[in-house]
Design a protein around this ligand. Structure first.
Ligand code: SF4
Length: 280
């Protein structure tokens, strides 16, 4: 049996940076509470490890002893940031620089009088944070059907969620360019996402079975699973090693493993060891 791990899998630089900022702040907090508003990254093991170190995930700003608030990789709206500061929290901003770049783009487009379109999932925190930067008109579209329904405008400015699928973005973009006299489309899918998607696709084509490791609430992990399933029906997602099933490995000689951008290396290793154990 051959087990291959995708050559780009697991932690991206944005996630590494956010986690190390959180631990650094905890070390220097002098015993004051350190929180993240919503999970710092979408991975259960990372959140468990942060909680063990005393870095708590909170869902609301109110009713907590005031301390440091780490802003997660997805970013937040200016209104939330303002509210946190008004309540007395110290802000440590771990928004990924690539997400910040999208904030800057939409602000510029806004000032230039463009109607802003964000391609992504409207309830995803990254998209909520991007939309919150826009003072003018803005819509979120998820798919090509939504794009077809957009009314024609003079100036359209388009950005895309960092974890979107490249082919889907191209398809939506080709519809949007006909929807405005001037249409500016920014490819804001992040490099780490694209590299992981390409590597997963290549491995899924070659392997008999594919295991995608990562949080079920992780958007980029779900995209990796979709990509793998599109070329290999024996593709499965797990969060923990105990979820790997023996029947997935029946009559399988080559197994590919990939992992979302918020999956720690030690979890990838645990999955590999579990596969070895089950295959005997
Ligand atoms: S997936 Fe991309 S955008 Fe998201 S945190 Fe990682 S590097 Fe940043």
């Amino acid at each position: 049996m051959k087990i291959s791990i995708a050559n780009k899998a697991g932690f991206c630089f944005g996630v590494r940076r956010a986690i190390s900022m959180a631990y650094e702040e905890r070390k220097n907090s002098g015993g004051k509470p350190v929180y993240t508003l919503g999970p710092l990254v979408h991975n259960p093991q990372v959140i468990e490890e942060l909680e063990k170190d005393g870095i708590k995930t909170i869902e609301e700003l109110e009713d907590h002893e005031i301390g440091t608030l780490i802003i997660r990789t997805h970013g937040v709206t200016p209104a939330i940031r303002k509210e946190a500061i008004a309540l007395g929290y110290k802000i440590v901003d771990a928004t990924c620089p690539l997400v910040k770049n999208i904030h800057d783009i939409v602000k510029d487009l806004n000032e230039g009088g463009y109607y802003i379109l964000v391609i992504g999932h409207s309830s995803h925190p990254e998209v909520v944070g991007i939309v919150g930067q826009v003072e003018g008109e803005c819509s979120v579209i998820e798919d090509v059907e939504d794009a077809r329904e957009i009314e024609r405008r003079k100036k359209l400015g388009v950005v895309v969620q960092t974890t979107a699928l490249w082919p889907k973005f191209l398809e939506i973009g080709s519809v949007l360019i006909e929807k405005a006299q001037e249409c500016r489309i920014f490819n804001t899918i992040c490099h780490a996402t694209m590299e992981r998607q390409d590597a997963a696709l290549e491995l899924a084509r070659a392997a008999d079975a594919m295991i995608v490791v990562g949080g079920r609430n992780s958007s980029n992990t779900r995209r990796l699973l979709e990509i793998c399933q599109s070329v290999n029906p024996n593709s499965y997602q797990v969060e923990y090693a105990h979820e790997v099933r023996t029947d997935w490995l029946d009559n399988v000689n080559t197994i590919g493993i990939t992992a979302g951008a918020s999956t720690p290396d030690h979890v990838i290793t645990e999955i590999k060891e579990k596969v070895i154990e089950l295959k005997g």
